[in-house]
Design a protein. Sequence first.
Length: 146
Amino acid sequence: MTFDPALITGSFAVVEPHGTKITKYFYEHLFDNNPGVRGLFARHMEEQEDRLWNALGGMVANLQDTEVVVRMLRGLGARHVGYGALPEHFPAVGASLLATLRHFAGEAWTPEIEESWTALYGVITTTMSEAMAETAAGTAGSTHSG
Ligand code: HEM
């Protein structure tokens, strides 16, 4: 499954003006539905809210440049090992992300947009999970070509 970059950037632009309400909604949704992951996150939730959203925005802004996006995702994945994130957490985070985007996009949301975000989240999951596995195994960077 592939994603349509125009549908991703277009829907992100519709949601973005809602500002900090978006990430608040996202974490509430995530923790309400998955109380077990709450303990992984530290107390400074405001900071964390901005970071996740900025990371997502950075990805969306660079969708045309696969190399940049993959590099960002691999870096994120490698760091997430230290946060206690596990591959099995990704579906929960993805479900909350989709629910949040759907909520704030309102009537602008379509099945095609949902499909594109689902596909993009699949790429995020695969790329971050690979980097997490390599980091956990101590092999990250062994294929570094400079
Ligand atoms: C769409 C996928 C994700 C994105 C874009 C994302 C983004 C981020 C960013 C930008 C940070 C800040 C630190 C850094 O840059 O390394 C962070 C921290 C963190 N993330 Fe993620 N993340 C994602 C998925 C996940 C998943 C699946 C989990 C598992 C529960 C998770 C758990 C955490 C935790 C525990 C922290 C540290 C929070 C703290 O210091 O309190 N993330 N994430």
